[in-house]
Every structure is written in structure tokens, then in C-alpha cells.
Ligand binder design. Structure first.
Ligand SMILES: [Zn+2]
Length: 67
């Protein structure tokens, strides 16, 4: 066995998102239309407009500390 780069390593892979409608394929951060609306983020396919992902983004868990 020689450690050559003759294959794709399992790690070090960008999370590629696929569009089930038109088979558009691209890393989430490169190519997709990311529509941020308040706490929500919608991933839209730039090819056909299909909504591939929709999730609520909660960056900070609201540090409300009632003393
Ligand atoms: Zn598409």
C-alpha cells in the first residue's frame, strides 16, 4: 500500500448539496442562493428555483440570565 493521492479521501470534503429537481450540484457556500430572513435561512437552487433547504438559524441562544 502506498499513500498516494489516487482516490478521494473520506474526510476533507465540502458538503455538496444536490438539487433533486434539476440535479444542480454545488457546495452550499458556493453557487446556491442563500436567502436569509431573520432567523431563517433558505437555500434556493439557482438553476430552477427549487428550495433545497430551509432551516431556522439560531446563532446565539439568547443569553437571558434572569438573576
Ligand atoms: Zn434545481
Amino acid at each position: 500500500m502506498n499513500a498516494d493521492a489516487s482516490g478521494s479521501p473520506p474526510s476533507r470534503r465540502k458538503s455538496v448539496l444536490f438539487c433533486p429537481e434539476c440535479h444542480f450540484e454545488s457546495p452550499l457556500s458556493d453557487g446556491w442562493l442563500v436567502v436569509s430572513d431573520g432567523d431563517e435561512r433558505t437555500i434556493v437552487c439557482p438553476e430552477c428555483g427549487h428550495v433545497a433547504d430551509h432551516r431556522a438559524e439560531r446563532a446565539t441562544p439568547t443569553p437571558q440570565h434572569a438573576d
